[in-house]
Ligand binder design. Sequence first.
Ligand code: SAH
Length: 264
Amino acid sequence: MGKVWFVGAGPGDPDLITVKGRDLVAGAGAILYAGSLVAEATTRWADPACEICDSKSMALEEITAWLIDRATRHETVVRLQTGDPTLYGALIEMVQPLDAAGIPVGVIPGVSSAMASAAAAVESLTLPEVTQTVILTRMEGRTPMPDGEALRDLAQHHSTLCIFLSITLLGEVRKELLAAGWRDDSPILVVHKASWPNEEKIIRGTLADIRDQCREQKVNSQAMIIVSPALGARNWQELKKSKLYDEAFTHRYRRGIKKELPSE
Ligand code: SAH
C-alpha cells in the first residue's frame, strides 16, 4: 500500500516548489494535478514513466477514487496543488476518504500566492508599528462565510488583508472596506499570476480606482488582492526600524549595545 502526498506546487513558477516536493514528484508513480496552474511543475520534474493526470474535470469522489486506486499500485502518489495545500484546497475533504481507506497521507507545504504576490511587488506584509498581523481571507462566494468573518468585520483591524478568490468582486471588496472605515484613497495591490514567467501583472491603485484599472488590464482571474497600511513602505522616508536589527536590542543570538544618550 502506497502513501498519498499532498504537495504544494507553489504559485506558478515551477522553481518555487520545495526541494522535498520536487523529490516526491520525481519519485512518484502517479501524479494527479489541479489544472493548468501546476501542469508545468509536473512535466518538468516527473519521471517519464509516471502516470500523470489532470483533475480539472473530476468531481471530488473521482479524485479520491483515483488516489485510492493508484495508492494500491504505487509506493508514492502525489496530489499536486497550487500554492500551499492548506489554503482553499479542499484538503480535508480529500484526506477523510483516504483515512477511511486506511491509506497513509502526508502534506508538503508550498509557497502560497499571498506570499508570492507580496514578493513580486516588493512589499512586506508586516511592518513595525504599522501592522503586525496578516489576515488571509476571501469574499463570500458560493462558499458562505462563517459568522464573524465578513470582510467588513475582519477589516476593522486595519491590519494586512490578503484576499483570495475575489478578483471579480472588487466592487464588493471596496464596499466592505469602506464600511470598516478604510478610505477611498487607501492603497490596494492586485497581483495577477504572481511568479508566472512573462505573465505576472502588478497593479497598484486605490480602493476607488482599482476595479477600473483591473478591467482595463483585463485582469479577472488568478489574482491576489492585498490591502494593507504597509503598502508602498519601500518609498517612505520615515520608517520605524524592526527591533530585530536594532543594535540596542538584545535577543537570543546577539547582545545589544547600550546607546549613549546624545549630549548637548
Ligand atoms: N492554495 C492556493 C490558493 C488556492 S485558491 C495558495 O496557497 O495560493 C485560488 C486563489 O489563489 C485565486 O483565486 C487567487 O486569488 C489566488 N492565486 C493562486 N495562484 C495565484 C498567483 N499565481 N497569483 C495571484 N493569485 C493567485
